[in-house]
Ligand binder design. Structure first.
Ligand code: RIB
Length: 283
């Protein structure tokens, strides 16, 4: 491996339409008084940009529509030097859109209209070589399975959003990342695998497990949370970068928690993703 780790991300690109609301709505409730913003997002794109800002060379395999939303959604990736030469522009569907409500405490609700993300099928995947592959579950699961099967380096899968994942994908994963809800969804099926399993608990921190045993536990730095969107994506990217840099697992977990905490202090998914220089010197 060269000094700069290389990562390929197979995943989604969305344009996030973000309403900052006085409180999150319950079913059937209309909440007014919101302010609206548009930010580049999508779990795949967020993870690609986070890894890039943390120092990796990153290539994103994704599918957008051929529309102005794609230009907006890809702008920061382009600006920060993520390789977009493996991104498809589909003529038959629109770029994915995420409708996001963010409460004053930073908590959010997200509804995704995947659009062109669904068109990233296994046949259209053109997977380059890299030190690591990161996938999430906003593109067809068959595509994630195909990428995992074709790839020989470190494979990290973020089980978000929660959905049924084939056992061979879980077995192939070197690193699995999920939040509390996703962990409840998947249950203890994961504990039989030899891989590293990271579970995030928001402001309460994160744990690393192997075969059901906790091997590291970290409490994140205390921060003023503005918007938690993209924190899980930052965590996933940072954990992968840390492991590629040969950090011991506990140190990589600490690095991932610090990066994710920083991502919550600013609004929007991609504008909030931290740069390496913002993290402590020893990271
Ligand atoms: O993880 C955060 C992301 O989830 C948002 O950027 C939104 O696009 C949804 O995909």
């Amino acid at each position: 491996m060269s000094n700069t780790p290389s990562i390929v991300v197979v995943g989604s690109v969305n344009l996030d339409l973000v309403a900052s609301v006085p409180h999150l709505p319950v079913a059937g409730e209309t909440v007014t008084g919101a302010t609206l913003a548009r930010y580049p997002g999508g779990k795949g794109a967020n993870q690609a940009l986070a890894a890039r800002r943390l120092g990796a060379d990153v290539c994103l395999c994704a599918c957008t529509g051929r529309d102005t939303a794609a230009d907006e959604a890809l702008a920061l990736l382009r600006n920060d030097g993520v390789d977009l030469s493996h991104c498809l522009a589909d003529t038959e569907s629109a770029t994915g859109i995420a409708l996001i409500a963010v409460a004053p405490d930073g908590d959010n609700q997200i509804v995704v209209a995947p659009g062109a993300n669904r068109r990233l099928t296994p046949e259209r995947l053109d997977l380059p070589d890299a030190d690591a592959l990161i996938c999430q579950l906003e593109v067809p699961i068959e595509t994630v399975a195909a990428a995992a099967a074709d790839f020989s380096g470190l494979f990290c899968v973020n089980l978000a959003p929660a959905t049924v994942v084939p056992a061979n994908v879980l077995r192939r994963a070197d690193v699995i990342v999920m939040n509390e809800t996703e962990s409840e969804f998947i249950g203890d099926a994961i504990d039989v695998c030899d891989n590293l399993v990271a579970i995030t608990y928001g402001a309460r921190g994160a744990v690393l497990r192997r075969r059901g045993e906790t091997i590291a536990e970290v409490r994140p730095p205390k921060v003023d949370v503005v918007d938690a969107t993209g924190a899980g994506d930052t965590f996933t990217a940072a954990l992968t970068v840390g492991l590629l840099e040969d950090m011991p697992p506990a140190k990589a977990l600490e690095f991932a928690c610090a990066a994710a905490a920083l991502a919550t202090t600013r609004p929007g998914a991609q504008p909030a993703l931290p740069w390496r220089t913002e993290l402590n010197q020893d990271n």
